[in-house]
Write a protein that binds this ligand. Structure first.
Ligand code: F0G
Length: 457
């Protein structure tokens, strides 16, 4: 018999209660938080889809591995186990643990970038962009045109525009120290990059003698999309596909808080020995000795085990399917989302849903805040607040105004997701009544985390 129901590939051994609140409580909490859901107490959130980063549930095997952690300052056994797993997966010579992804980015860019240089990517994530701009270099997004249109269908919407990359390398290649590709492309909707496209980027990097780094946070989800969608890949294991993705690159930055299935951690990996040495020296200055890099021995154990579990096929089938399930419910109700659904999140096109709110009155914030007040669901704006502010202090509309509902790994069940879909559809039905917002105060970089807003009435 062939059963078609895709079930959670785990059973639940320990549970954490969620707190139910009333609408008035949430209205008050949001007001006190300056209308910025980042400033809420997480306890006041019913279903938290702010991020899939560090919010996953660890397996019993990972919790067991914690007890195996070797907390030696130098040369810890846990480091060598971590290094073996990362090396087997990525093939890179130098494995440098960091406390999370942005630490890997900072160390890589501070070591390799000078003012005035350029780093191309399909789409830079916000911390990646900020870590490039802080070095007074330029972060350029070169995703394919389909990747910029929420409703455009494409199996690999995260692909790099090879023509645009070639043009950049030909015209200004002397200013490009390295090329990056983000898998999956978070800022572009959690969309995958094909092996064929990665091979194309590799060929250009070879021609112009540039190293290629993956931002590998969601490498396993990307590998599973390749298995499902790329001709000739269906019979390969996700791990074999991931290994080929890494083999096409010269290094990577990684946040183990995503496809490491851990609550903290990350790494920087590369083949170049001179860059690796310089990075390790900076690591010692700010993160820690090279065999722990700001992590406890038990964190390294949890990541090592997580990297093995994340490429298991039953896990990835469930993971990608459960995200698509939410997307399909919203599409059936005509809520505009980025199509097709991405790997870790559903991205609602807030600009399309709320045409009466101009980008610089932040339709994404309007939708996020309504979802919280009406249903206790916390999403995040990925739009003009996050990306609209430039280093010179000016503001322009971001390419898209999206609201991301990121799904923590192995945390919520199908009925939680049914509730989220019901909530989004209910808020969409009252769209005309949602106000825009203005910023009352905000810092000059990464303002979305701490800005305070006020509704426009
Ligand atoms: N690159 C990408 C593509 C990311 O999505 C993130 C984090 C990072 C780098 C930085 O990693 O958080 O470990 O320092 N994204 C989280 C998110 C925060 O919500 O999408 P980090």
């Amino acid at each position: 018999m062939n059963f078609t129901t895709i079930i959670e590939p785990f059973r639940i051994k320990s549970v954490e209660a969620v707190k139910f609140t009333h609408r008035e409580d949430r209205e008050r909490a949001l007001h006190e938080a300056g209308y910025n859901v980042f400033r809420l107490h997480a306890e006041d959130v019913l279903i938290d889809l702010l991020t899939d980063s560090g919010t996953g549930a660890m397996s019993s095997a990972q919790w067991g591995a914690l007890m195996q952690g070797d907390e030696s300052y130098a040369g810890s056994r846990s480091f060598y186990r971590f290094q073996d797993v990362v090396r087997d997966l990525t093939g890179f010579a130098h494995i440098i643990p960091t406390h999370q992804g942005r630490a890997a980015e900072r160390i890589l860019f501070h070591t390799t970038l000078h003012a005035g240089q350029i780093v191309p990517n399909n789409n830079h994530f916000d911390t990646t962009r900020a870590n490039i701009e802080v070095e007074e270099a330029e972060a350029i997004d070169l995703v394919i045109p389909e990747g910029r249109v929420p409703a455009a269908l494409h199996p690999f919407k995260g692909n790099m525009d090879l023509g645009a990359l070639e043009h950049l390398l030909a015209e200004r290649g002397d200013r490009v120290p390295l090329v990056m590709v983000t898998v999956t492309n978070n800022s572009g909707g959690g969309q995958p990059v094909s092996l064929e496209n990665l091979r194309g980027v590799r060929a250009l990097c070879d021609r112009y003698r540039k190293p290629l780094f993956l931002d590998a946070c969601r490498f396993a989800e990307n590998a599973y999309f390749i298995k499902q969608r790329e001709p000739g890949q269906a019979t390969r294991t996700p791990k074999a596909i991931a290994q080929e993705m890494f083999a096409l690159a010269d290094g990577c930055t990684m946040s183990a808080k995503k496809d490491g299935l851990a609550n903290i951690g990350g790494f920087l990996a590369m083949n170049d020995p001179a860059w690796a040495e310089a990075c390790r020296n900076l690591l010692i200055l700010t993160e820690g000795f090279p065999t722990y890099g700001g992590l406890a021995g038990y964190d390294l154990e949890a990541i090592a085990r997580g990297l093995e579990e994340v490429v298991e096929e039953p896990y990835l089938r469930y993971r990608i399917r459960s995200t698509a399930y939410l997307g399909e419910k919203l599409m059936a109700a005509d809520v505009p989302i980025i199509k097709p659904p991405g790997g870790h999140a559903i991205y609602i096109d807030a600009r399309a849903l709320l045409p009466h709110i101009p980008p610089q009155q932040y339709p994404g914030i309007a939708l996020v805040n309504a979802l919280y007040v009406e249903a206790g669901v916390r999403g995040v704006e990925i739009g003009t607040v996050m990306f609209g502010l430039h280093p010179d202090g000016s503001e322009t509309p971001a390419a898209m105004d999206l609201v991301r509902l990121a799904i923590p790994r192995r945390v919520y069940t199908q009925s939680h997701i049914d509730y989220v879909a019901e909530a989004v559809i209910a808020v969409a039905a009252m769209r005309d009544r949602l106000p825009g917002y203005r910023i009352v105060e905000a810092p000059k970089v990464l303002r979305h985390f701490t800005a305070r807003f006020e509704p426009l009435r």
